[in-house]
Write a protein that binds this ligand. Structure first.
Ligand code: ZN
Ligand code: FE
Length: 253
């Protein structure tokens, strides 16, 4: 699969999938970089995939549809203008022009109806899982987000994660505060600093590395539990409570 990052706004990536002369885009918050790329490369747009309703993920849909009336796949449980293929857990998104298929996952937490798309070794997870971080809980509960992240953590470790924001270095600074003695976090900070210094995206990244460095996937680790308890000043008994305390701390970090 040939997947291109199209930078948008301050720190968004619009992911463009291409095969032959056909393309699809995930979370086009802005139409301009997509239309520019399609024109420069002589590609035609086959489909749009949306993970959730926030404007930085949906803002370009109407302008893209004005150029080409393509199918728009997106969460069945959110109201988003332009979606004509509402999808949810268990559905399959078929892009025959690109020879691709994606299974849809429900990932509530950041928003109530957030979905992800997984196929061909790639995961498009919007604002649910970030490199060394996770999305803010705007609409969902900690228990919902914890379950959504657990669902992603169970995917094969070599899955490449295509999230929508370049938040990696600030997320890793927080991860290092949660686990100062975790050498995998220190190593990842050095590697990502080098990538950013060379003006390269830190996304995608393999899921396996998240299990070692992402505090939001490590609520069961003793060191993470201790730090979460220190933050809230009391004992925490479940991984969801630990996750909630860490997420709350990150909001203030
Ligand atoms: Zn969002
Ligand atoms: Fe976003």
């Amino acid at each position: 699969m040939n997947i291109i990052p199209l930078p948008a706004f301050n720190d968004n990536y619009i992911w463009l999938l291409r095969a032959g002369t056909r393309a699809a885009v995930v979370d086009p918050g802005d139409a301009t970089p997509v239309l520019d790329y399609l024109a420069a490369e002589g590609l035609s747009l086959d489909a749009i995939l949306i993970t959730h309703h926030h404007p930085d993920h949906t803002g370009g849909v109407s302008a893209l549809l004005a150029q080409a009336p393509v199918p728009v796949f997106g969460p069945a449980h959110e109201r988003i203008a332009g979606i004509d293929h509402p999808v949810g857990e268990g559905d399959v998104v078929s892009l025959p022009g690109l020879g691709l298929e994606f299974a849809v996952l429900d990932l509530p937490g950041h928003t109530a109806g957030h979905v992800g798309y997984v196929g061909g070794g790639a995961l498009f997870c919007g604002d649910t899982l970030f490199a060394a971080g996770c999305g803010r809980l705007f609409e969902g509960t900690p228990a919902q987000m914890y379950a959504s992240l657990a669902k992603l953590a169970a995917l094969p470790g070599d899955t490449q994660v295509y999230c929508t924001h370049e938040y990696t270095l600030s997320n890793l600074a927080f991860a290092a505060a949660v686990e100062p003695a975790n050498p995998a976090i220190a190593e990842r900070i050095e590697a990502c600093k080098a990538q950013r210094a060379a003006d390269r995206p830190t996304v995608p990244f393999p899921l396996a590395g998240e299990l070692l460095t992402n505090p939001f996937l490590r609520s069961h680790e003793a060191a993470v539990v201790r730090q979460a308890e220190a933050q809230v000043g009391r004992g925490l008994t479940t991984p969801v409570e630990v996750f909630a305390a860490i997420r709350e701390w990150k909001n203030r970090f």
